[in-house]
Ligand binder design. Structure first.
Ligand code: G
Ligand code: G
Ligand code: MN
Ligand code: NA
Length: 253
């Protein structure tokens, strides 16, 4: 509870940071976009990863204010990169509680307008859990976002409880295969088969398929051969501070 109070103060004092992890085209390896990942620059404890403070935040309303900040900051950064000739779509993680708010769509559209970022430059990542709780309301909100050109990704796909029969009805553009499958791909035939099945389903539904947790080159190559569209992982790039991003190999100009 003390940490939560401190987080709220830190958020309002400008102590949160975003790092960005590139998503690479699986064939050309050109950087196709970046995922924003939050950190807390704590005055005494140093740069804290989200695992240390997000669970607390998610059990309170602080997660809503934090997500507003993440959206605004990621779009501000996308506009700044764009002004430097660097065209990089950004992906932002939306926690389940965020889309449960009636104001979610209005807020996101207002922020795009404020930063003058085209809607097509934003992807929102949601978990299967977020889609399945309040299914009607969340689906309606996602449909409104997509109608404006914002892309919707299902994050950590394969770890939740989405019934496959529901997938064709969901207003989504992208499936991100959870890293737990990717990391085991080379020593577990079962995990490799699951990955192949997800790719086949994604293709059949016209969805972009992303592999997360790509930690080495053989994995990257095999995923590209298997038909994954985009690759993300430590083997390509770790999450980086914003100033580093335009200097990375494979950034389009
Ligand atoms: O960066 P790291 O791998 O430590 O992130 C751990 C978890 O925190 C991941 O599941 C990631 O999705 C989540 N996360 C990172 N940044 C954000 C954010 O800005 N908002 C939300 N809701 N989750 C985030
Ligand atoms: O849940 P989400 O997909 O948003 O989580 C993204 C998190 O995954 C980031 O916090 C990032 O640090 C972590 N991550 C990114 N690439 C890799 C990787 O190759 N291996 C592992 N173990 N974690 C990764
Ligand atoms: Mn994510
Ligand atoms: Na994920």
């Amino acid at each position: 509870l003390r940490q939560l109070t401190e987080l709220r103060t830190g958020l309002r004092s400008g102590h949160l940071r975003l790092h960005y992890q590139p998503l690479h085209d699986a064939g050309s390896r050109v950087v196709h976009g970046v995922e924003a990942l939050v950190r807390w620059q704590h005055p005494q404890r140093g740069l804290l990863p989200p695992g240390v403070f997000l669970p607390d935040a998610e059990r309170s309303d602080v997660i809503l204010e934090l997500t507003d900040w993440v959206l605004a900051e990621a779009l501000r950064q996308a506009a700044a990169w764009h002004a430097r000739g660097c065209h990089l779509p950004v992906s932002v993680n939306l926690p389940p509680a965020y889309l449960a708010q009636d104001r979610a769509v209005g807020t996101i559209l207002t922020l795009l307008d404020l930063e003058q970022v085209p809607a097509t430059m934003l992807t929102v990542e949601i978990t299967e859990t977020a889609v399945l709780t309040n299914q009607e309301q969340v689906a309606a909100q996602l449909a409104q976002l997509r109608a404006r050109g914002i892309r919707v990704a299902i994050d950590d796909f394969g770890t939740g409880y989405t019934s496959l029969g529901l997938l064709p009805q969901l207003p989504i553009d992208e499936l991100k295969i959870d890293r737990s499958f990717v990391i085991r791909m080379h020593d577990s035939p079962a995990h490799a088969t699951i990955i192949d099945s997800v790719i086949a389903i994604a293709k059949a539904l016209g969805l972009t398929v992303v592999a997360e947790g790509v930690e080495d080159e053989p994995t990257a190559r095999d995923l590209a051969t298997a038909g994954v569209d985009l690759l993300q992982g430590f083997g390509l790039n770790r999450p980086q501070p914003p100033d580093v991003i335009p200097t990375l190999p494979g950034i389009p100009t």
